[in-house]
Every structure is written in structure tokens, then in C-alpha cells.
Design a protein around this ligand. Structure first.
Ligand SMILES: *[C@@H]1O[C@H](CO)[C@@H](O)[C@H](O)[C@H]1NC(C)=O
Ligand SMILES: *[C@@H]1O[C@H](CO)[C@@H](O)[C@H](O)[C@H]1NC(C)=O
Ligand SMILES: *[C@@H]1O[C@H](CO)[C@@H](O)[C@H](O)[C@H]1NC(C)=O
Ligand SMILES: *[C@@H]1O[C@H](CO)[C@@H](O)[C@H](O)[C@H]1NC(C)=O
Ligand SMILES: *[C@@H]1O[C@H](CO)[C@@H](O)[C@H](O)[C@H]1NC(C)=O
Ligand SMILES: *[C@@H]1O[C@H](CO)[C@@H](O)[C@H](O)[C@H]1NC(C)=O
Ligand SMILES: *[C@@H]1O[C@H](CO)[C@@H](O)[C@H](O)[C@H]1NC(C)=O
Ligand SMILES: *[C@@H]1O[C@H](CO)[C@@H](O)[C@H](O)[C@H]1NC(C)=O
Ligand SMILES: *[C@@H]1O[C@H](CO)[C@@H](O)[C@H](O)[C@H]1NC(C)=O
Ligand SMILES: *[C@@H]1O[C@H](CO)[C@@H](O)[C@H](O)[C@H]1NC(C)=O
Ligand SMILES: *[C@@H]1O[C@H](CO)[C@@H](O)[C@H](O)[C@H]1NC(C)=O
Ligand SMILES: CC(=O)N[C@H]1CO[C@H](CO)[C@@H](O)[C@@H]1O
Length: 411
């Protein structure tokens, strides 16, 4: 009786002690489980915990906060890592090259400085019951995850999710992404960011669908390359730094109803095999960079477009009428030093081009048409093989504008 009481008093004392126990070690490398057991009295561990390649399983008991990093690299025999009490990892949660790891059990984990998980081919799910809601920097590459359930962030700096072959669903409550979102080559992933309002830089490659109903700004570039969706819509997007929609084999429909301004990185819509109409930009008025349209389209209509500060290169493999671009050009709406519109069969194609690139000086500006004469009104009946250099860098800009000014001054 006395002994029992004494023991429970001891237990209470150790709990009370545990609640305030900060262990200030800077770093520990655990080679056996007992090394981790040594730390179970620490509620906060001040440094990094490194799990050595000798461990076959690792359980981190007791610790609620790791102020530094939690790292396990290059371990070919570890199958399970768990931390029943862990809530916070202040630094990086780094797991790389763990070939048979299949269990990540962190039921209380909610906050991580950054996630860096690369080559975890046997990790197919996360046992994150509470769920991580705070993490600034996420890289998840080459895992067997089918969803990211257990990670649901509202803001992020970098979200780089690539080469996870089974990942078929990404849904997150992100509202802003301040640096980079890149979802690429994950097999066929349905991506949904229902609350995302802006992203600095956004890339989707090889995705099945993109749902961004409230996205209104992409500051830098929005790249959509080799995706498998047949329809693409950004219903609330008003401004992007650059927009590139390339090589999406099934794409038949694009819709950017509110997109008004495209920045210096310009607009490119190219090699989307089934995209025959590029008419999803009813409100686009200004492109502060170049426009490149290349593919099997018969209709590319931009009813509000009145200013393109870069070059324009339109190349249709089908029947396409260049007249609206020709008139934009003749009204001075194309400020870049190259304007070219060519189609496989057409009646009004005119190719105007400066033979000099923006960086090679302003002396070579010249006017050519598809048929090789020097008259702007002559008719080209076949596609020009020439493909002028259309790279308009921000530094080349002033020169382009200058060139254009000279050009339009002469003609
Ligand atoms: C651990 O570090 C904190 C702050 O640096 C300090 O207040 C505390 O006394 C240290 N604890 C031990 C056990 O050294
Ligand atoms: C854990 O404790 C044991 C026994 O006190 C000690 O031999 C070992 O070095 C400790 N491990 C670490 C990593 O501190
Ligand atoms: C893993 O091991 C390889 C080969 O031994 C080495 O090149 C690499 O740097 C190691 N990676 C890490 C993160 O330790
Ligand atoms: C993610 O969090 C948002 C709120 O930020 C919530 O609405 C949504 O249901 C969560 N999604 C999942 C899959 O838990
Ligand atoms: C945007 O992302 C793309 C693709 O990852 C990258 O090539 C580009 O440099 C990024 N741009 C900026 C401004 O960070
Ligand atoms: C569209 O974006 C604007 C900001 O440009 C925002 O105020 C508005 O709420 C968004 N619309 C919807 C339907 O979310
Ligand atoms: C990106 O755009 C958003 C929304 O307009 C703005 O709040 C943010 O400051 C911009 N970020 C940068 C780096 O320009
Ligand atoms: C088109 O842009 C103008 C501002 O340039 C805006 O007033 C108008 O509401 C936009 N139309 C649509 C459909 O968003
Ligand atoms: C479209 O594809 C062709 C053939 O692969 C390539 O030569 C061309 O550069 C592509 N167009 C663009 C704008 O990338
Ligand atoms: C145009 O369509 C043909 C036939 O469907 C296809 O083979 C070709 O790759 C397409 N070209 C482009 C640039 O998408
Ligand atoms: C191109 O598409 C627009 C918008 O759907 C339509 O108004 C226009 O008549 C079409 N032009 C041609 C030449 O088919
Ligand atoms: C023309 C082209 O490159 N199409 C690509 C479109 O996207 C699919 C799916 O990612 C690719 O397989 C195609 O190569």
C-alpha cells in the first residue's frame, strides 16, 4: 500500500518534470533504439536527431518538440519511424533513400519547418492523425503515396511534389503560395486547391485535372505542360506574369474569362494536339511580353487584345486567318521586334520579321513576307519555314521597343 502510493507519487513527479524538461543538446545520432529511449524524458529536444543507417525501426517516445532537424538518410533496412508524442519539428524533416520504409507514424505532428522526402518507394500512406497544418517548404519526391492526406497547409513558400507515381489526388486548403508550387510527373493526379488566391509561380505537368476556382493572381509564371486534362479553366484569374500551355495532348478547351493582363513572360499556347480553338481569353487586353501560338488551331481570337509589348509568332498547322493579328500589328499594337503569322493554308498570312535578335542590335530590322517579297500587303500562301528568335528577355525589352519604334517610324 505504501509502496504503491510512493510509486504513483514518483510517476506524477516525473510527468511534472517531463512537462518542462528541455534538453539542450545540439545534435544526436541514434544508432540503436536505446539511444532514442535515453531522450524520452525530454519534452523538447534542442538540436537535431539523426537516425543512423543501423536502425531497423525507430520510435521517438516522449519528445513533443524537436527544435532542429529530424533526419534519416540512406538507410536500406529501416521499415518504420514513429513518434507518438511529437507535435513540432522546428527544422527540416528529412528522409531520403529509405528503400523499405513503409510506416511513418506521427499521430500528433502538426508543425514542421520543412519537409524534404526523397526516394521513399515503400511509403504509401502517412499515419498523421492530427495532420500537419504548418510547413513552409515541402518537397516530396519518388514515394508511393496515393494522397497527401495528413498534410493540409494554408500557406506555403515552396510545394514541390514530383515523381510520385501513385499520387492520384492532391487536395489542400492553400490560400497563398509565396514562392513556388510545382506538381509534376506524379502519374495522373487530380489537383484541387479550392481556396488558393495567389501563387508566385505555378507549374503543373502530367496532371489529370486542375481545380483553382478562386485563383486570381500568379505573379511569375503559370506553366501547364504535358497534362492529360481535356479542359482547363481559371475562372477568377485576372493577372499572370506569364502563361504557357504546351503539349497537352487531350486539351480541347481553355477558359480564362477574367484574365486581363499577362506580364513580361508572355503567353505561349503550343503543340496541344487537339486544341483547335484558342478563344478562351475574351478579356485579355495587355501582354507585356511575347505571344507564341503554335499548333492545329483554326481559330485564335483575342477580342480585347490591344497591346503586346513583345514579339508575336503565330504558326498554325491548319487553316487559320491572320487578319485580326495583321490589323493589331498595323495599328501598332505589337511593339516587339518580330511579328509573324503563318498557317498551313490561309489567304492573308503576312510574316513581318526583324532579322536581328533583340541582343544583336537594331541595324538588321527588315520586313519579309511568307512569299519572300518586301511588300507588307502581299499574300503568303504557305507556312514560312523561318522561325525567328522570339525570346524577349526583360533586358532586351527596351531595345525591342526601340526597334519597334524605329520600325513603325519607317513604315
Ligand atoms: C536550455 O536552454 C535554455 C535557453 O537557451 C535555457 O534557458 C535552459 O536553462 C537550458 N536548460 C538546460 C538544462 O541547460
Ligand atoms: C544512452 O544511454 C546509454 C546508457 O546511459 C549510453 O551508454 C549511451 O551513450 C546513450 N546514448 C546516447 C546517444 O547518448
Ligand atoms: C547516400 O549514399 C550515397 C552513396 O553512398 C551518397 O553519395 C549520398 O551522399 C548519401 N546521401 C545522403 C543524404 O547522405
Ligand atoms: C484542408 O483544410 C481546409 C481548411 O483549410 C479544409 O476545408 C479541408 O477540408 C481540408 N482538407 C482535407 C483533405 O483535410
Ligand atoms: C518558375 O518555375 C519554373 C518551373 O519550375 C522555373 O523554371 C522558373 O525559374 C520559376 N520562375 C521564377 C521567377 O521563380
Ligand atoms: C476572385 O478574386 C478576387 C480578387 O481578385 C477576390 O476578391 C474574389 O473573392 C474572387 N472571387 C471568388 C468567386 O472567389
Ligand atoms: C503576388 O501577388 C499577390 C496578390 O496580388 C500579392 O499580394 C503579392 O504581394 C505578390 N507577391 C510578389 C512577390 O510580388
Ligand atoms: C474585363 O476586365 C475589365 C477591366 O479591365 C473588368 O472591368 C471586367 O469586369 C472584366 N470582365 C470580366 C468578364 O471579368
Ligand atoms: C512544337 O513541337 C515541335 C515539334 O516537336 C517543335 O519543333 C516546336 O518547337 C514546338 N513548338 C513550341 C512553341 O515549343
Ligand atoms: C496536329 O494534329 C495531328 C493529327 O492529329 C497530330 O499528329 C499533330 O501532332 C498535331 N500537331 C500539333 C503541333 O499538335
Ligand atoms: C472564333 O471563335 C469566336 C469565339 O467563339 C467566334 O466568335 C468566331 O466567330 C470564330 N471565328 C471563326 C473564324 O470561326
Ligand atoms: C503533343 C504532346 O507532347 N502531347 C503530350 C500531352 O500530354 C500527354 C500526357 O502527359 C503526353 O503523353 C503527350 O506527349
Amino acid at each position: 500500500m505504501f509502496q504503491k502510493l510512493f510509486l504513483s507519487a514518483l510517476a506524477i513527479a516525473s510527468i511534472a518534470n517531463a512537462a518542462t524538461n528541455v534538453c539542450n543538446e545540439t545534435s544526436i545520432t541514434a544508432t540503436v533504439q536505446s539511444d532514442l529511449d535515453n531522450l524520452s524524458g525530454c519534452t523538447t529536444f534542442g538540436g537535431d536527431i539523426i537516425l543512423a543507417p543501423t536502425l531497423t525501426t525507430a520510435t521517438i517516445n516522449g519528445i513533443q518538440t524537436i527544435s532542429g532537424n529530424l533526419v534519416c538518410n540512406n538507410n536500406t533496412q529501416i521499415t518504420s519511424i514513429s513518434a507518438p508524442s511529437l507535435r513540432t519539428i522546428g527544422g527540416t524533416f528529412q528522409l531520403t533513400q529509405l528503400t523499405i520504409l513503409n510506416t511513418l507514424s506521427f499521430p500528433r505532428l502538426s508543425s514542421i519547418g520543412s519537409i524534404d522526402w526523397v526516394t521513399l518507394p515503400a511509403v504509401s500512406g502517412l499515419s498523421f492523425t492530427t495532420g500537419v497544418t504548418s510547413c513552409q517548404d515541402v518537397t516530396i519526391s519518388d514515394t508511393d503515396l496515393s494522397t497527401l492526406t495528413g498534410i493540409n497547409l494554408t500557406t506555403v513558400s515552396k510545394l514541390d511534389i514530383n515523381n510520385n507515381n501513385n499520387l492520384n489526388d492532391i487536395e489542400m486548403g492553400l490560400t497563398e503560395a509565396t514562392y513556388q508550387v510545382d506538381i509534376s510527373f506524379n502519374g495522373k493526379t487530380a489537383v484541387s486547391f479550392p481556396y488558393l488566391q495567389w501563387a508566385y509561380n505555378l507549374t503543373f505537368q502530367d496532371v489529370l485535372s486542375v481545380n483553382t476556382p478562386v485563383l486570381s493572381v500568379v505573379n511569375a509564371s503559370y506553366l501547364l505542360i504535358s497534362n492529360v486534362f481535356n479542359s482547363l479553366s481559371a475562372p477568377n484569374l485576372t493577372t499572370v506574369g506569364g502563361l504557357s500551355i504546351d503539349e497537352n495532348m487531350s486539351l480541347t478547351n481553355i477558359s480564362f474569362p477574367k484574365l486581363t493582363t499577362i506580364g513580361g513572360s508572355g503567353l505561349q499556347v503550343s503543340n496541344n494536339t487537339k486544341l483547335t480553338t484558342i478563344t478562351g481569353f475574351p478579356n485579355l487586353t495587355t501582354v507585356n511580353g511575347a505571344i507564341v501560338l503554335d499548333g492545329n488551331f483554326t481559330n485564335a481570337t483575342f477580342p480585347s487584345l490591344n497591346l503586346v509589348r513583345g514579339a508575336v509568332n503565330i504558326d498554325s498547322n491548319d487553316d487559320f486567318d491572320c487578319s485580326s493579328f495583321n490589323s493589331l500589328n498595323s495599328q501598332g499594337g505589337i511593339r516587339g521586334n518580330d511579328y509573324k503569322c503563318a498557317a498551313a493554308s490561309t489567304t492573308t498570312s503576312v510574316a513581318l520579321s526583324a532579322t536581328a535578335t533583340a541582343s544583336s542590335g537594331a541595324t538588321g530590322a527588315s520586313l519579309t513576307t511568307g512569299s519572300g517579297t518586301s511588300s507588307a500587303s502581299s499574300v503568303a500562301t504557305s507556312k514560312s519555314a523561318a522561325s525567328p528568335n522570339l525570346v524577349v528577355s526583360s533586358t532586351g525589352f527596351t531595345l525591342s521597343a526601340l526597334l519597334a519604334a524605329v520600325f513603325f517610324g519607317i513604315f
